[in-house]
Ligand binder design. Sequence first.
Ligand code: NDP
Length: 322
Amino acid sequence: MHSIRVEQYGGSDQLLYKQVPKPTPKANEAIVKLHAIGVNFIDVYHRTGLYPLPLPFTLGQEGAGVVEEVGAEVQEVKVGDRVAFTGALGAYSEYHAVQAEKLVKLPEGISFEEGAAAMLQGMTAHYLAFALRALAKGDVALVHAAAGGVGLILIQLLKRLQVRVIGIVSTEAKAMLAKQAGADEVIITTQSDFETEAKRLTDGKGVQVVFDSVGKDTWEKSLNSLAMRGMMVSYGNASGAIPPFNPLMLSQKGSLFLTRPALHHYTATREELLTRATDIFRWVESGEVKLRIEHRFALKDARLAHEALEGRKTTGKILLLP
Ligand code: NDP
């Protein structure tokens, strides 16, 4: 079978399309024949070594397909089940041996593409909106990369809570998508300064929560956009890692809260994983949450997918098709 292997950290040219042996399942694993593979920004961090992994490895951690074989102890799924997963390294591949406890059965109305598009970014948006701080009508949220994979879903979930959402994007076209997803206002970074605009739009008060996935370039201005006792949710580093800082800064800027969460801590038990995945799939099935799958690449062209993602050329979800 073919997989995308990383043998050295580096640029997109380090994504190697290679023939490797098809896996056999350990006792707690299922072999999934992949129909769609999710591309996520974390794959870039793994490729560059920002989040280091032992080399060499097969990239990717999200996908959907059919269970082809199961290990002796597997209870969660059976051969022939349609499933999706996230958090299982090695997904840029034709087949993947996945720990069965990470597999979620796909409802009938959810396609493989939707399954691979919803697991990582959908459940991330779910915990960001519902698990960090009680948000409600009257609160204002600033959402960076609002037309991105997580961003478009997060806007829709925040609107379920009746939160006022201010999206931040880099282009007019992305602004339109953020508005369609439900953003009340959108700031275009190439046209205005987001800190100034966030203050202006809140009569100088600032926002209750900032969802910042950009990191280094936006960190300080995001903190400055918060209202007193607001919460900074730093959940990604698309522009690079945030430099060390003195926590006293949080006090000086208004007794701010800071969290730096990760999805696997919010899907830590099987029950929590199933709750978040079930909610997302139910809302996608009913049309209450819309997934935007605009970009599809052949597995062998993973390099092009990464270049598009890092080059800020994409909106919504990017999939690889084996
Ligand atoms: P996106 O689809 O959001 O793509 C990244 C977007 O970030 C770009 O389209 C761009 O939007 C914006 N961006 C701003 N600055 C840069 C830059 N210097 N280089 C590249 N992009 C930039 O990706 P994902 O939805 O996959 O992920 C979004 C973020 O969420 C990532 O940082 C990821 O690591 C994080 N994440 C964190 C999780 C967690 O649990 N902690 C889980 C899932 C994702 P624009 O052009 O509009 O500025």
